[in-house]
Design a protein around this ligand. Structure first.
Ligand SMILES: Nc1ncnc2c1ncn2[C@@H]1O[C@H](COP(=O)(O)OP(=O)(O)OP(=O)(O)O)[C@@H](O)[C@H]1O
Length: 211
């Protein structure tokens, strides 16, 4: 998906979180959205995903040469973030069946294939609520990475992962990023080292107020 942000700004009450952001995000690119805690990385991802309305500026989405209305962006989007919860009252297999009714897996990937690559074969019939935080994170990431979605947003993707989990993430993000538009919010170099673009949110916080 091609995304054109023009003069994008977001304000909560009187505070501008970012302002004057003009940038294109293109298929095949991976952009690391960087900045210290509270800088506005998640706010920017949520604005680009269409879940938060910008206070000013425009976002235009184009897919295969056709414009996409902001309300239709979710159907083209896969999003993994610490604040997006899993349905923990389901078993792993139940959750995968439920989730993939709304968000199909990419061609060639099956539910069993996904369970295998997450190393969760023994947990097929366990409630997700009983998973460790690292198992839950691998599940969130696998659902996003292997979704059939041209726009991929990852917020702090290695949260709760140990060194093996981080290596697993690096392998699978590389295996699935081709042709997608990827934005990744992070403070951890191991998460974003592969990204070809960087966007420092604090660069968009010193814009003089017009009002
Ligand atoms: N719904 C909201 N209403 C008011 N203020 C908000 C809201 N959401 C976020 N903020 C504020 O916006 C600022 C940016 O928050 P955000 O979560 O985007 O930062 P972040 O860079 O992702 O931080 P972190 O690295 O800690 O995850 C913070 O000051 C936060 O308190």
């Amino acid at each position: 998906m091609h995304i054109d942000a023009t003069g994008l700004g977001k304000r909560f009450q009187r505070d501008w979180i970012f302002r004057g952001l003009t940038r294109a995000f293109v298929p095949g690119s991976a952009t690391a959205v960087l900045g210290p805690n509270g800088a506005g990385k998640s706010t920017l991802l949520n604005t680009i995903s269409g879940q938060l309305l910008p206070t000013e500026g425009n976002l235009l989405y184009t897919l295969a040469g056709r414009s996409v209305a902001v309300e239709d962006v979710p159907q083209h989007l896969a999003y993994a973030a610490p604040y997006l919860e899993l349905l923990e009252e389901l078993t792993l297999v139940e959750l995968l069946h439920f989730h993939t009714r709304f968000k199909a897996l990419r061609p060639g990937m099956s539910l069993d294939g996904l369970i295998d690559l997450m190393y969760l074969e023994k947990a097929r019939h366990r409630l997700v609520r009983e998973f460790s935080s690292g198992m839950k994170q691998r599940l969130k990431l696998a659902l996003a990475l292997y979704a059939q979605a041209p726009l991929l947003l990852l917020d702090e993707p290695t949260t709760n992962l140990d060194a093996t989990g981080v290596a697993w993430y690096q392998e699978h993000v590389q295996a699935t990023r081709q042709g997608r538009t990827l934005l990744l919010s992070s403070n951890v170099p191991a998460e974003y080292a592969f990204c070809d673009e960087q966007l420092l949110v604090t660069d968009f916080q010193r814009i003089p107020a017009k009002d």
